[in-house]
Design a binder for this molecule. Structure first.
Ligand code: ZN
Length: 278
């Protein structure tokens, strides 16, 4: 499942195709959305953004109204594609939402959760309302994350579980979970209220920085200089991409100990038993 950085990169492609342009035609695949096709067609696409794992396409106001926002959450199957407006891609997927500009189009397939709301109502969509601070899509500082550590809902729960909880910090999935904890040197069984001050600071910085780095570097959570050196040495993308994730049995970059793999909350997590003591 794509994580926050991948969703944001995918929405950047949608923005490049249609943002700032007039949506000459808007099409929805489900009957309940069809009444909005005429309502949205002919409006300018004002912006294309992401929140956590959700996408937001804002259509400009017309005749004095406030405009509309199309919210979509891809769950496991949804997929955006951009391309020529004139030629429909060959696919067996169900088209659910499409924006056709004069030349280019953005098409969303298979997504089941699509809502059309006024811009002011976006924040009350249940998924958006529950999201915690979002390092990829919001300008955050250390206090935003520290506030989550101290929140009664989260302070006594293990960090391995918390990092996948979108209410704690938005946009983190499995690879970011492993590598954020590894970079901070913290075991997934630890809890926010148990962390020493230096551990808190390391985890805050990893939570703020690694998702943004992954967004900017197409999913790379390894040290950027190390990853660049490995690329020159001919190491594959998969093998140079992460700090700990998928590196079971390989030496920790920090201390040389073999990386171990566990299953927590039904999903795999990778760590160094020396750098991340429990
Ligand atoms: Zn280590």
């Amino acid at each position: 499942m794509p994580e926050g950085p991948e969703i944001r990169r995918s929405m950047d492609k949608v923005a490049a195709a249609v943002s700032g342009r007039v949506a000459e035609r808007v099409v929805f695949g489900l009957d309940r959305h069809k009444p909005y096709e005429g309502e949205l067609s002919g409006r300018q696409v004002e912006s294309v953004t992401a929140r956590g794992k959700a996408a937001l396409v804002h259509f400009a106001g017309r005749h004095g109204d406030a405009g509309w926002t199309v919210y979509s959450h891809n769950q496991l199957y949804g997929k955006w594609r951009t391309g020529s407006a004139a030629r429909e891609p060959k696919t067996s997927r169900q088209l659910r939402f499409a924006i056709y500009g004069a030349k280019r189009a953005a098409r969303l397939y298979s997504a089941s959760d699509i809502r059309i709301v006024r811009p002011d109502d976006v924040d009350s969509i249940d998924y958006i309302a529950r999201l915690g601070p979002d390092p990829v899509n919001q300008a955050l500082d250390a206090a935003d994350i520290a506030g989550q550590f101290d929140d009664r809902r989260f302070a006594g729960r293990n960090l391995g579980g918390l990092l996948l909880n979108q209410a704690f910090v938005a946009g983190i999935g499995n690879y970011l979970r492993s590598d954020i904890l590894h970079q901070a040197g913290i075991h997934p069984a630890r809890k926010p209220r148990e962390l020493h001050e230096d551990e808190r600071q390391r985890l805050i910085h990893a939570l703020l920085e690694l998702p943004v780095q992954a967004y900017e570097l197409a999913g790379i959570t390894n040290d950027p200089q190390r990853a660049a050196r490995m690329k020159e040495e001919g190491v594959s993308f998969g093998a140079r991409r992460h700090l700990a994730f998928t590196r079971e049995g390989k030496p920790c970059y920090g201390c040389g100990t073999r990386i171990e793999r566990f299953v927590q909350g039904g999903r795999r997590i990778y760590l160094c038993p020396v750098c991340q003591p429990d």
